[in-house]
Design a protein around this ligand. Structure first.
Ligand code: UGY
Ligand code: MN
Length: 247
């Protein structure tokens, strides 16, 4: 594909989208400075959440205010000092965090080039259940489970899978040739970042070659399936909305 010849793998549809890095265009986002901020998925395309990639320069900073938005973040590379409320700690590649609605948070003193993916959503309270609490962790500390019994398709659930949380952030790692076991069709929406490797993603009736750096949006009920290709494991980070009634 030659971007300068007007070619791209990017496809934006009504029910799904594939966004390849060649099309990235920066946005100025209040609170984020000295960084390239790419709003990859948003309400403007029909999604009910946002997926944002922030690549920090030296002295870069993200300081987001307390409001009705909750944020789950993942340090793909580099590192930085994360502050959520009174909790301040150094993060590195593989670190992840959750900042609940009503809580300000910031990333400062980044390693230049640090890439952080943010999933942001308007929090949906659940009657009788307390708000989810802030948390910070590292993917290496989260034990993966074989997905529906397949040891070659391993799922790491990064955030607590309890009713308080209305979003999930997971990492799925496939050995070459491993697949999603069937074409999933579900009410949950996904935002996805390919972290490593490559494969074929089926979205509705289309099939796309995907590789590290690609982003996918799947609307609710978008039929979806993946097969990992190549000689090394393929993995992706993804978001989904969870734990809330249909009506
Ligand atoms: O959690 C999920 O719905 C996951 N199995 N979907 C996906 O990987 N496309
Ligand atoms: Mn799914």
């Amino acid at each position: 594909m030659s971007p300068h010849l007007g070619q791209t793998r990017t496809h934006i549809g009504i029910r799904h989208a594939l966004i390849s890095p060649d099309g990235h265009v920066k946005s100025n986002v209040p609170g984020i400075t000295d960084a390239a901020t790419i709003i990859l998925i948003s309400e403007a395309m029909g999604a009910k959440f946002a997926q944002v990639l922030v690549t920090f320069e030296a002295d870069g900073r993200a300081a987001l205010p307390a409001n009705g938005i909750e944020t789950a973040g993942y340090f793909e590379t580099g590192g930085g000092t994360l502050t959520i409320g009174r909790n301040k700690q150094r993060c590195e590649a593989g670190s992840f965090f959750f900042s609940p609605a009503g809580q300000a948070w910031s990333i400062a003193a980044p390693v230049p080039g640090t890439r952080v993916t943010l999933f942001q959503k308007k929090f949906t309270p659940l009657a009788g259940v307390a708000m989810p609490k802030a948390m910070v962790g590292h993917a290496s500390e989260v034990i993966g489970q074989p997905f529906l019994g397949d040891p070659n398709a391993v799922l790491q659930v990064l955030l607590p899978d309890v009713p308080a949380f209305d979003l999930a952030m997971n990492i799925f790692t496939y050995q070459p040739g491993a697949t999603l076991p069937f074409v999933e069709t579900h009410i949950m929406e996904h935002g996805l970042l390919m972290l490593t490797g490559q494969g074929i993603y089926r979205l509705e009736e289309a099939r796309y070659r995907v590789t590290a750096g690609d982003v996918i949006w799947m609307a609710p009920y978008c039929p979806q399936w993946f097969v990992a290709k190549g000689r090394t494991p393929s993995s992706y980070l993804y978001y989904k909305d969870v734990n809330r009634p249909a009506l």
